[in-house]
Design a protein around this ligand. Structure first.
Ligand SMILES: *[C@@H]1O[C@H](CO)[C@@H](O)[C@H](O)[C@H]1NC(C)=O
Ligand SMILES: *[C@@H]1O[C@H](CO)[C@@H](O)[C@H](O)[C@H]1NC(C)=O
Ligand SMILES: *[C@@H]1O[C@H](CO)[C@@H](O)[C@H](O)[C@H]1NC(C)=O
Ligand SMILES: *[C@@H]1O[C@H](CO)[C@@H](O)[C@H](O)[C@H]1NC(C)=O
Length: 710
């Protein structure tokens, strides 16, 4: 073939030549025409009759006819003018498909004589077919990770036309990622290839829609398009990201277990498992912090998992890793700063740092007893402590420095009033509710010998019978001393006994018992004044005093005493009755009833006595003057037992006994002879039996001081 392929334009210029050539070929016995496909009905193809050398007039008579195998009557001859024309629609592509040569073979037959001519009508292609893609949309899945210059072959278009009309050029809609490369495959046309020119990013453009246009070489040209749907496949090229790099959270201490601290929401721009995330504590997080918080690795919730104590730590720094599940996992980081807020959950603590005990009773006001420090682990106002002391104690708190105090003696101590003090130190913080800390301080006051022994009374009065025996109990003295220990232990001593000196009484130094140590005589001394001192064993010792007044009671230990104070002797025989012969006074040193004397005369004497005044009597001549005379005349001591029965005697008696007066001076002259002894001073007790014993020992010589010569 003369036709050269590459240039369509040149082919068109050669077309007239082609027609000439067709005519020329007819000469060789075979006519050759050409007609453009899709020509209109009636389109002139060739002067077939003429060209075959047939007369127009003979066409009909010779039964000119045209056959074409199986093609019907696409071409027809006008028998009038012998012109071959287009009679039906000639579609080259239908007739010949994609073969480059396409002809309709006509057989022309005329009878008389029968002649057969072969006519070739070449059907020329016109550009009546656009390039066609097999699908309207081509899908390509391209990983975003593909490198630049990666190539992705595309299915090309096809064009039913032939020749230039089927020569396709491709064009890609403008985009930044791909360019088009065309591969010429020998005899098999051109194939478009996508070439990656800029990295894809699924996260930015998850899919791209491009338009690939194929244009044929016809005139006018036809185009065909296909949509290229490029699905960008995810690569794990994005790390999970928190929406902030640092989160600040505030929470109170003592938050309940499982309290939500923060809910992290990281995101990952990738897809599928590449965006599935796991939250975890970073390796930077120390175990002490891990212990406190629990990380939900799926949801990103961080919760309290242990006691949160402000005093233990007031901030926590939690570094979090968020890791995706991609093949090559990527990790994002963020930090949660947890600030713990203080609650008043610590009581103030009171500590006694130094203590000087016991405290002496005589300690000076201002003496420091104890040093105290208070503390509170809370912060701010919850940690501010004020300290106070039990009211009404002789101590005060003096602040020496912030949170340091001295416990100082504020007023004088008196162990005897308050031997020990129970102090309560109270520290209160400023929190809400306030918390309190206390400490008890037990202070023992050390005794000083500052109290005298004291008797219950300063004077005691005791009565004692004069005839009390030695060792007779007089009184038990008891002095008390308010001091403690030896300072309060008391011994007694006898300081003085008036008027007779100390020997009459004894005092037991430990028991305080006073006893008799000698003979007491009422008639000699009726009162004793005993000075007693009680002394404690302190150093220096202290003393107290008392006086014991001992009143001696009379015992009837004295016989009445009869004294003839005046006597008119001799008595004349003719003395008249009622003449006073003598005046007699009677006395008894005993007191009370013991000293009351009643006198009487022995019977059968011519005298009688008349009481003139208390204890004074007159002896009056009664009738037996002579007898009295005789009685009173006796001048010399009579012989023993020679006392006559009728001798007058004065008998005086007191409650406890009676005495009689005779001319004898001593009672003991009379012995136990049968005769009455009325002439003697004889004691005849008339005491009740109970007094017998006492009286027995004290029976005394009782004598009449008889001044006369009786
Ligand atoms: C995370 O998401 C949850 C649920 O939507 C929300 O309650 C929480 O406040 C979010 N966390 C942050 C730190 O924004
Ligand atoms: C807090 O709760 C978790 C889960 O119930 C438990 O394992 C942990 O021991 C609790 N912590 C405390 C301090 O009670
Ligand atoms: C002394 O008196 C005190 C106080 O009245 C008393 O307790 C104590 O027993 C007495 N002592 C003696 C030895 O009687
Ligand atoms: C008691 O009396 C006796 C004899 O009169 C005397 O020797 C003694 O010292 C007295 N005792 C006291 C403690 O005075």
């Amino acid at each position: 073939m003369l036709v050269d392929r590459p240039s369509g334009q040149r082919a068109w210029r050669l077309l007239p030549l082609l027609l000439l050539f067709a005519a020329w070929k007819a000469g060789s016995g075979q006519l050759h025409y050409s007609v453009l496909e899709e020509s209109k009905h009636g389109t002139f193809v060739g002067r077939i009759a003429q060209d075959l050398g047939l007369e127009l007039a003979e066409l009909v008579p010779r039964l000119f006819r045209l056959t074409s195998k199986g093609l019907g009557d696409l071409l027809e001859v006008n028998l009038q003018n012998g012109i071959l024309f287009v009679n039906g629609r000639i579609d080259r592509e239908e007739l010949c498909g994609r073969s480059a040569e396409c002809s309709i073979h006509l057989e022309v037959i005329v009878d008389r004589p029968l002649q057969v001519f072969h006519v070739e009508v070449e059907v020329k292609d016109i550009n009546d077919n656009p390039p066609v893609f097999s699908v309207s949309e081509q899908k390509l899945s391209i990983p975003e990770s593909r490198q630049l210059d990666s190539r992705f072959p595309l299915e090309g278009a096809s064009d039913a036309d032939v020749g230039e009309n089927a020569v396709l050029t491709y064009r890609l809609s403008p985009n930044e990622f791909f360019i088009l490369d065309i591969i010429n495959k020998k005899d098999k046309g051109k194939f478009p290839v996508l070439v990656l020119e800029k990295m894809l990013d699924r996260e930015e453009n998850p899919q791209l829609q491009l338009l690939l246009t194929a244009t044929d070489g016809g005139k006018p040209e036809y185009t065909g398009t296909v949509t290229l749907l490029i699905l960008v496949l995810d690569a794990n090229d994005n790390a999970p990201m928190c929406d902030r790099s640092v989160y600040e959270v505030k929470m109170y201490e003592n938050s309940a277990n499982q309290t939500l601290v923060i809910w992290l929401n990281a995101s990952d721009a990738d897809e599928g498992i590449n965006k599935e995330m796991i939250y975890s504590f970073s390796a930077l997080v120390p175990s002490s912090v891990r212990k406190k918080f629990l990380m939900n690795e799926k949801t990103g919730e961080i919760r309290v998992n242990d006691a949160i104590d402000f005093e233990e730590s007031n901030t926590y720094e939690i570094h979090v890793d968020v890791t995706d599940k991609g093949n090559l996992p990527m990790v994002g980081h963020c930090t949660v700063l947890v600030e713990i807020l203080d609650e008043n959950d610590n009581s103030p603590e009171v500590v006694i740092t130094s203590l000087a005990l016991p405290v002496r009773e005589d300690a000076q006001v201002g003496t420091v007893i104890a040093l105290i420090s208070v503390s509170d682990r809370d912060s701010g106002i919850s940690g501010q402590v004020t300290c106070s002391l039990t009211p009404q104690v002789p101590f005060k708190l003096v602040s020496t420095f912030k949170n340091y105090y001295s416990l100082v003696l504020d007023s004088a101590l008196d162990r005897e009033k308050t031997p020990e003090l129970n102090l309560l130190l109270t520290a209160v913080d400023g929190g809400k509710p306030e918390l309190t800390g206390t400490v008890r301080l037990f202070i023992h006051v050390l005794d000083i010998n500052d109290n005298d022994p004291e008797f219950e009374q300063s004077e005691y009065k005791v009565r004692l019978m004069e005839n009390a025996a030695k060792e007779t109990f007089v009184i038990k003295l008891n002095a008390t001393d308010r001091d403690e220990g030896v300072n309060g232990e008391v011994t007694y001593s006898l300081m003085s006994v008036k008027p007779n000196g100390k020997l009459l009484f004894t005092l037991d130094e430990n028991s305080g018992e006073v006893r008799v140590n000698g003979t007491l005589d009422y008639e000699e001394n009726k009162f004793y004044e005993i000075e007693v001192q009680a002394t404690d064993k302190g150093n220096p010792p202290m003393a107290g005093h008392c006086t014991v007044w001992v009143e001696i009671l009379d015992a009837n230990d004295n016989a009445p005493e009869v004294t003839v104070t005046s006597l008119s002797l001799p008595v004349r025989e003719d003395t008249l009755p009622s003449t006073v012969i003598a005046l007699i006074s009677v006395s008894d040193p005993d007191s009370g009833a013991n000293g009351q004397v009643i006198c009487s005369l022995t019977s059968n004497v011519p005298f009688k006595i008349m009481s003139t005044f208390k204890n004074y009597y007159s002896l009056v001549l009664d009738s037996l003057t002579l007898l009295l005379y005789t009685a009173l005349r006796c001048s010399a001591p009579p012989r023993e037992g020679a006392c006559g029965p009728a001798k007058p005697a004065l008998v005086c008696s007191s409650a406890v006994g009676s005495w009689s007066c005779s001319q004898q001076r001593r009672q003991r002259v009379c012995s136990g002879e049968g005769a009455p002894k009325a002439d003697l001073m004889a004691f005849s007790p008339s005491l009740p039996p109970s007094l017998d014993r006492e009286v027995e020992g004290e029976r005394q010589e009782a004598g009449l001081n008889y001044p006369g010569q009786c």
